[in-house]
Write a protein that binds this ligand. Structure first.
Ligand SMILES: C[S@@+](CC[C@H](N)C(=O)[O-])C[C@H]1O[C@@H](n2cnc3c(N)ncnc32)[C@H](O)[C@@H]1O
Length: 282
């Protein structure tokens, strides 16, 4: 057993303002006793709230059956003891098993609803998913890269660094960065499966190595903190209602002393309203 195995690898929190119990990380207890404090927190939350209790499992990467049944039992029992109480379990498509597994609870108790929060995420998502965006993104990158290739080395881009490109789209920027600067590792994350599939095809066809394309949500990444020398996020902040959440995440995954590089657009016609306010903000 490594010392890492002894560290608590999950976190449970209760946010009274939002009436939200959240549990995240890897919940694989060897004995149910290890769940004691989080069970107490959930029970306490159930005892305090009226109306709806939100259960946020958006960053719950793993949970073994023993833990799943323990938490489910508490929620089901609470529904029976308190018919006035409703539970809304918030899952994410990024951790796909949560929607399937917690989804079954709504069939057992009508007062339990399960919502996958990132379906229909932002306007224009359909357009991206259908691949209509490829020529637009490609032209844009062609126009900006000639500037970026001289700007980026001033901000830490150099061979051997570890970098992340968040909202990477079809991956053109990651490919150019890999060819020109040879970082040792690039994690390129996006929430469009079709863009990532396209990016992976390009990587295979052109025999490019060292880019890890990852399906994820930029506002709640499953990446550990402080691990990248350079974190880039290009032409994307403008599409978010709450760009500050993305900024927080970009900083979180960046090493102390590393750089966060952002480019943005003044308008976003194809992704449209209501992001106009956030475009002004960013
Ligand atoms: C305008 S495109 C920019 C793509 C790329 N950075 C470029 O410069 O070509 C915005 C990208 O953000 C992605 N995106 C939108 N919401 C996201 C989220 N919550 N998490 C990760 N990616 C997201 C979209 O799928 C899309 O690929």
């Amino acid at each position: 057993m490594s010392p890492y195995d002894l560290l608590p690898r999950f976190k449970a929190q209760y946010d009274a303002n939002n009436q939200e119990f959240s549990i995240s990380g890897v919940v694989r207890p060897q004995a149910i006793d290890e769940l004691g404090p989080s069970i107490a927190l959930l029970r306490d939350a159930i005892g305090r709230v009226r109306g709806v209790l939100y259960v946020n499992v958006r960053r719950l990467t793993q949970m073994n059956n023993a833990a799943f049944h323990t938490f489910s039992r508490i929620i089901i029992d609470a529904c029976r003891a308190r018919p006035d109480l409703k539970f809304v379990v918030i899952t994410s498509s990024v951790v796909g098993w949560t929607s399937r597994k917690f989804g079954r609870l709504s069939g057992i108790e009508p007062n339990i609803t399960v919502e996958e929060y990132d379906t229909e995420f932002y306007p224009g998502q359909g357009f991206l998913e259908e691949g209509g965006f490829v020529p637009i993104l490609r032209t844009q990158t062609k126009m900006t890269w000639r500037h970026e290739r001289t700007i980026l080395p001033r901000h830490g881009m150099r061979p051997g660094i570890v970098m992340a490109d968040v909202c990477c789209g079809i991956g053109d920027f990651a490919v150019l960065a890999q060819k020109e600067f040879q970082p040792s590792r690039i994690v390129a994350l996006d929430h469009s499966r079709s863009s990532l599939n396209y990016a992976r095809r390009v990587m295979r066809e052109f025999d490019i190595r060292g880019i890890e394309y990852t399906y994820g949500d930029a506002s709640e990444m499953l990446l550990d903190q402080a691990q990248f020398d350079l974190v880039t996020c290009r032409h994307s902040l403008q599409i978010f209602n709450r760009p500050e959440l993305i900024l927080k995440e970009l900083y979180r995954i960046c090493k102390p002393g590393g750089r966060v590089y952002i480019t943005n657009e003044k308008n976003s016609h194809c992704l449209g309203e209501p992001r106009a306010e956030s475009i002004r903000w960013t």
